[in-house]
Design a binder for this molecule. Structure first.
Ligand SMILES: [Mg+2]
Length: 204
């Protein structure tokens, strides 16, 4: 049995924080894991910035509710789900993801939670565990699944390394160059073909 693990942002949906940056006109929100590989430092920076600008969870949710998956993402995902079990492994938060997951047909999502204070500000974030994508892949392998994974950024490399086969899909050139062991795909069609041939190669 094969399970396909996919990253969410930058793979199936646009980067939520970049959309938020564009909507608020605050350029500092556009910093992502592509720019800052230390996720904890990145999140502390974001929470500080939200507080500084008086922005609450509801402001972020308002932006997200106006977002849509990338062109072709739903069809790509539906096609995969017809042939494989698919799990989305993301460093986003359940409080953010819902409008987008609805548009994607609600695949299984493993991500994190936010802690919101009485005034509606994001007070803290709770990672479900450290290095969660790698742990999820290793857990699935321990259940005798063969895991094929695809992501676009630094925070996916643990997942790609742990998987039986790992792929990039449209990564920034710098990141692809740093991890040449993961083949690069430029479109959903290419990635679908790569996943199919990896699954055939891995066998049952
Ligand atoms: Mg990503």
């Amino acid at each position: 049995m094969h399970i396909v693990c996919l990253d969410l942002e930058g793979v199936l949906v646009p980067e939520i924080w970049i959309a938020f940056s564009q909507r608020t006109g605050i350029p500092e929100f556009a910093r992502t894991t592509r720019d800052e590989p230390d996720y904890d430092r990145l999140m502390r920076f974001r929470l500080g910035l939200l507080r500084q600008h008086g922005l609450k969870l509801a402001d972020i949710q308002a932006v997200i509710s106006g977002m849509a998956p990338m062109d072709g993402a739903r069809e790509f995902l539906d096609g995969l789900r017809a042939r494989y079990q698919v799990v989305i492994l993301s460093d986003t938060f359940y409080e953010f993801a819902d409008p987008l997951m609805r548009q994607l047909g609600r695949p299984t999502l493993m991500c994190h939670r936010l802690v919101v204070d009485a005034e509606g500000f994001v007070a803290e974030y709770r990672l479900r565990q450290s290095d969660p994508k790698r742990h999820a892949v290793n857990a699935l392998k321990s259940l005798n699944f063969r895991v094929i994974a695809a992501g676009d950024s630094y925070n996916d490399t643990g997942m790609l390394a742990a998987a039986d086969v790992g792929f990039f899909i449209h990564p920034p050139p710098g990141i692809a160059a740093q991890f040449p062991q993961f083949p690069v795909n430029r479109s959903y069609a290419e990635l679908t073909a790569a996943i199919d041939s990896a699954a055939a190669r891995l066998g049952d």
